[in-house]
Design a protein around this ligand. Sequence first.
Ligand code: ATP
Ligand code: MG
Ligand code: FE
Length: 341
Amino acid sequence: MRVLGYESSCDETGVALYDTEKGLLAHCLHTQMAMHAEYGGVVPELASRDHIRRVVPLTDACLKEAGLTLADVDAVAYTQGPGLGGALLVGAGFANALAFALGKPVVEVHHLEGHLLSPLLADERPEFPFLALLVSGGHSQIMAVRGVGNYEILGETLDDAAGEAFDKTAKLMGLDYPGGPRLSKLAEEGDATRFTLPRPMLHSDNLDMSFSGLKTAVLTLVRDVEAQEGGLKEQTRKDICRAFQDAIVDVLVAKCLKALKQTGFKQLVVAGGVGANRQLREALNSAAQRRKFKVFYPPLALCTDNGAMIAFAGALRLKYAHPVAGYTVKPRWDLASLPKA
Ligand code: ATP
Ligand code: MG
Ligand code: FE
């Protein structure tokens, strides 16, 4: 079965074709980052309009890359939520219209399930059950994953998501949108010994996290240093980025270790955009060697939003595929409420 998947929950339009026998055949992506950069964040209405512009050319490009045509598509998958309502409606509307025209079934996909299962698209794959650290722009959760659709949330952020903390901190340090990856680049040239920031909830006896206080701590530090230095020197900026990244990585690694101990699982899966962070990967990889567990990541290009993870999750949920009969989107949607596949 070949599943054509659509992602449009935020500021990336993704289209991909996944074959249940042969694996991923093609995936095409357009990111709107440059368009939103001018405004310092995603503008929902602009996002929706751009998805409309991109969805047809990306579909053509994806089929061309796979060397196939619409006649070769057996089902259409799309992100039903969570995400921006208008942006989701574009993908949902297009996917349903296409499936209806082709006389093929549709299957709704939960965006976070897409992220969560994306490590199964890598060469080295985990087997169920595993622990998952889902760290994206909108979510930070630690989950026990016992199968497709069998998710137990063990801990989560009480305020900002890890990616959100990266982006907001980057913004207050004067970095352009999207700040997370930029901040992380600067951190690599920073001096780890110069500043120390708090590690919120590091020693709490649960698996919850909190990152908004860290952002405030950076703001205070930036103000103090600016007053002393009469502005933020380039190296100082790098040093603060490093201190921030050290704090966030420390907390994420500590929570994963605690969760591995609690569950007894020997495999950890890291998914979501922050999973692209090099320092986080290095810290988890070295912890894995010390503590004798295995860490799995999605292919680097599939850490942030993409159509491949949606086509793939749709393929794993084909038993829920159904003929087109109207559609809705779910801007808010609890992952733990999904049925088992
Ligand atoms: P969600 O999936 O929760 O709805 P989202 O789709 O916006 O949110 P993703 O696309 O998974 O999130 O990830 C984007 C986030 O990842 C952004 O916050 C971005 O700053 C962060 N990010 C991407 N690369 C890096 C990196 N190298 N280091 C730190 N953060 C990063
Ligand atoms: Mg995005
Ligand atoms: Fe996402």
